[in-house]
Design a protein around this ligand. Structure first.
Ligand SMILES: [Zn+2]
Length: 196
């Protein structure tokens, strides 16, 4: 099931939202999840990933950056030599971009439509992407990383090991939360069939 569908099924709106337009209180992510029998503490990072991926939640993105940076800092403890602060930002931004857009970034040439118009006004297939997405490869990861820290490719290859670990860590957290939601959907299905 798609993440958007899953979040929709539980009416989850993101980090915090106003339950009714006239009301004062904002429901926190934790409260929203508790209402539908889900638990924030299973994996706060996993929830943040899903909020960014499925809801384009900018507050969640900010918080996800903070959490990922902590993890990156831990991983960099075994790094030999010097690295600038900006390297952490580049690592986090690249890892988060990949995990929250696993099918690839939206193509900037066709804006994700996979169709472009040529100089004769003919519609043709976009030559830049695959179905509107720029898939993740060593090249596109490098390109993303160097938007923040413009280093050489050979230098990037050193950072790449930490980047892989960060991506794996985010994916693991995401998987925990997706599993929890799917289990909940399954058990609700089970309950409703018992009633019938
Ligand atoms: Zn394209």
């Amino acid at each position: 099931m798609r993440v958007e569908t899953l979040l929709n099924k539980f009416s989850i709106k993101g980090i915090n939202y106003n339950p009714n337009s006239g009301g004062k209180g904002l429901l926190s992510a934790e409260e929203q999840l508790a209402l539908v029998g889900l638990c924030w503490h299973k994996s706060p990072v996993g929830w943040l990933v899903l909020f960014v991926e499925g809801l384009r939640d900018t507050k969640a993105l900010k918080q996800l950056h903070i959490e990922t940076r902590k993890e990156a800092l831990g991983l960099m403890k075994s790094w030999r030599g010097v690295y600038p602060e900006k390297a952490l930002t580049a690592l986090c931004a690249t890892a988060i971009a990949e995990v929250t857009q696993q099918s690839g970034q939206i193509c900037p040439e066709c804006n994700g439509s996979a169709i472009v118009v040529d100089k004769h006004r003919n519609r043709c297939k976009c030559q830049c992407c695959k179905s509107g997405r720029i898939t993740w490869t060593q090249e596109t990861r490098f390109a993303y990383f160097t938007q923040v820290l413009p280093v050489t490719y050979s230098r990037f290859k050193h950072y790449k090991e930490v980047l892989n670990q960060l991506v794996a860590w985010l994916i693991e957290n995401r998987a925990v939360v997706v599993m929890v939601m799917e289990e909940q959907v399954e058990s609700e299905r089970g309950n409703s069939s018992e009633v019938i």
